[in-house]
Ligand binder design. Sequence first.
Ligand code: SAH
Ligand code: SF4
Ligand code: F3S
Length: 483
Amino acid sequence: MQKYSVVTFGCQMNSHDSERISDLLEDTGYEATDDVEEADLVVLNTCSVREKAVQKLRSEVGRMAVLKRRRPNMVLAVAGCVAQQEGEKLLRSMRSVDLIFGPDNIPELPALLSQLEQGGPALVRTEFDLEEPSFLMARPRDGRGPTAFVTTMKGCDERCSYCIVPTTRGPERYRGSSEVLEEIRRLVDSGVKEVTLLGQTVDSYIDPESRLAPAPHAGEERARHARGKLSREDETEFPALLYAIASEVPELKRLRYTSPHPRHLTPSLIVAHRELPVLVRHVHMPVQSGSDRVLKRMLRRYSIAEYLERTGQLKEAVPGLTLSTDIIVGFPGETREDFEKTLDVMRAASFTGVYGFKYSERPFTPALKMDNDVSEEEKSERLTELFDLADDIRNAHLASLVGTDQRLLVEGFSRGGGYTGRTERNEIVHFGCSDDPVGQLVDVKIERAFKHSLAAVLLDNIRARPLGGQDQATSKRSLNVVS
Ligand code: SAH
Ligand code: SF4
Ligand code: F3S
């Protein structure tokens, strides 16, 4: 049997694509291997959001070229955002590549491979499926675990001035709500407990099938929103989709989404968070900068006051809700004062998770015309300062949880022995258990806080027992499984 290996470089969307590529290859008769040295087909699923990611690809292709010299029949494919962005041009600089295909051309992969088998030159397919967008169904698989991603939209219409994603992923296209619901239903039937809805601006969702009932209170809340700053396009059908999921798949335990754009954090989305217990008490809401001046140059379309007001309303509606965020430091023209405003926002919003990046010039982006005037050294210093503050905020948050009871979705084994689960707010918790609770929701008491995680004990009589060596039959019954 032919063996394949997929290497993922990018975001959650990219890794979701890698899974769909794997599904297709397995249908075609390939078998997965983690060892590229023995793979007959290697797919590099690339990211081009920052220059560093592209450099990583170059060095990986170099490594593959050496392998190919030893095994000339090996097929090397480049997929993902660099493939989409560069297309044929990649072949000039990377001669060992046999196949280049963009994110929307994944369904064509089996046909492209059989074309290659018949000999002939390298193939390139980087067409967006604008007319009939396809969304590959996530396949329930044994051993996939209790969490799954479900795509609800692709592409991005925002055009933030620094970002290449609208170029590599094309314009926004939404998936029909019936397909989204069907996929969630199937996953839940196969044992999935937690679903994360996935999209570049996931909260801009509009149902192309127009079959969603309006979100309850959407109109009223809008009218109540006296500031009247929302524009028509800020209101989307995303809250309506959340209500539909909650009512049509009531067995789903946890619902997350990523990444939303702050301008669609509308009153009706806030109400959805208040009313739908399935929505977790955690939202990743990229802020990018704490300075209005910089946000304007980034074309983010909100002010810091609006960001803090809306996230503040969300926290009020859902007590205990935490936020995580993305931040870019050293955007063109960012002064020390602007950066300090970013630190202020970090404190004001108490982000418990921060993905920080140094600004990186990207092709085809409007920010290229701006003067990239913050030195690399200054960018590095600002990033270190940002992470130091993020560590302080996270440490204080984790410490505040010691002594509290938390419900975990158990995701797997812990490296140090025992098991690992996540709270609804995404805190990682390690605990000991004599039974196998993977895939279950269990209640624990938090005992200790570490730098990035927590240690806990199960809130039932199992906790008195040492790890391992237990009578499985009795421990199963006494395990405090919530679902
Ligand atoms: N659609 C998502 C994610 C986009 S890419 C969103 O809007 O949140 C993930 C993150 O990469 C962005 O949020 C941004 O913080 C960062 N990023 C994007 N382009 C970048 C660039 N040119 N330089 C540095 N960071 C960038
Ligand atoms: Fe990029 Fe902005 Fe779109 Fe996110 S919203 S993908 S940062 S253009
Ligand atoms: Fe994701 Fe990177 Fe593309 S962040 S959308 S894989 S550019």
